[in-house]
Design a binder for this molecule. Structure first.
Ligand SMILES: [Zn+2]
Length: 285
């Protein structure tokens, strides 16, 4: 096959193990992640420094946390999972063991590109067992938090529409619609980096957050300009919002749906993932 599957219908695992190390966004410590082939459907997390059994990921493990998605796995936490999960699911993988060294996934360059490159290094191979069936929706599902809205409506493929609307002139209004495939994910979404605002940086640092954040792993907006251009896409922020959405929906599987999100957040994405799971529980086919 070409490097990436044609669609999200297949069952795929990794061709071999591959690891990456890097700094964690919030704690600022070096974290390691080793990705391994799996014969079990789904994404499963275990720890490099002990032999506790792995935990299979579901949206019910997701917790509200500032600026990223954190999973509660038994009595352990794992933060900043969304770009890694977006890369795994976005590239078409369905069966993966994820071994982590600590409480955070490394931020790498703030996008999913480093994870995509790691996956490309070992390639994809057919998985031995069926996949977890993604939710099958028959009726629209709507979640909102104030004026922020996310909807999923039945569709032929996995179509995403994202609208953002920021007062900062450097971002402003952006809209992107995409019928997602693994190749489109890799080219159009995975390279988009996380972004933040100059006036929030000091505040977040004082709160003990983003100790590992810097100008090399996040775009920083200062009103009408960026502190660290160039951008990889003119509309890199809306593409990154889609990356986050894809990572959060990876916890439940990509539905045959059009997912439309206006002013999304991790909390809102997770609301939808849980709502999808409630209307159509995931089963092994
Ligand atoms: Zn992100």
């Amino acid at each position: 096959m070409a490097l990436w599957p044609d669609s999200y219908d297949g069952v795929w695992t990794l061709g071999g193990p591959v690891s990456r190390r890097g700094i964690g966004l919030h704690g600022g410590e070096i974290a390691e992640v080793c990705l391994k082939p799996s014969s079990r459907a789904g994404f499963h997390v275990s720890w490099l420094n002990n032999s506790d059994p792995s935990v299979t990921l579901t949206p019910h493990q997701a917790q509200e946390s500032p600026l990223c998605t954190t999973l509660m796995l038994g009595d352990r936490r794992l933060g900043t999972v969304e770009h890694l999960l977006a890369a795994l699911a976005g590239c078409g993988l369905t069966h993966v063991e994820i071994q982590v060294s600590g409480e955070e996934v490394p931020l790498l360059d703030g996008s999913a590109l480093g994870w995509v490159e790691a996956i490309a290094e070992v390639g994809l191979t057919h998985a031995a067992t069926s996949r977890l069936q993604p939710p099958e929706i028959k009726h629209p599902v709507v979640c909102h938090r104030g004026s922020s809205v996310i909807t999923a409506t039945p569709a032929e493929g996995f179509n995403l529409v994202c609208v953002i609307d920021f007062p900062q002139a450097a971002i402003g209004d952006q809209m992107l619609a995409i019928e997602l495939t693994p190749a489109r994910f890799v080219e159009q979404i995975a390279p988009a980096r996380t972004f933040g605002f100059r006036d929030q940086v000091d505040q977040l640092r004082a709160a003990g957050l983003i100790q590992g954040g810097g100008l090399d792993n996040a775009l920083v907006c200062d009103g009408d300009h960026w502190l660290n251009p160039p951008l990889r896409f003119a509309d890199e922020p809306v593409r990154h919002k889609l990356l986050d959405l894809i990572g959060d929906l990876a916890l439940v599987g990509f539905p045959q749906a059009q997912v439309l999100v206006y002013r999304g957040s991790h909390g809102l994405h997770i609301d939808l993932a849980k709502a999808l799971l409630d209307v159509c529980p995931v089963t092994v086919s």
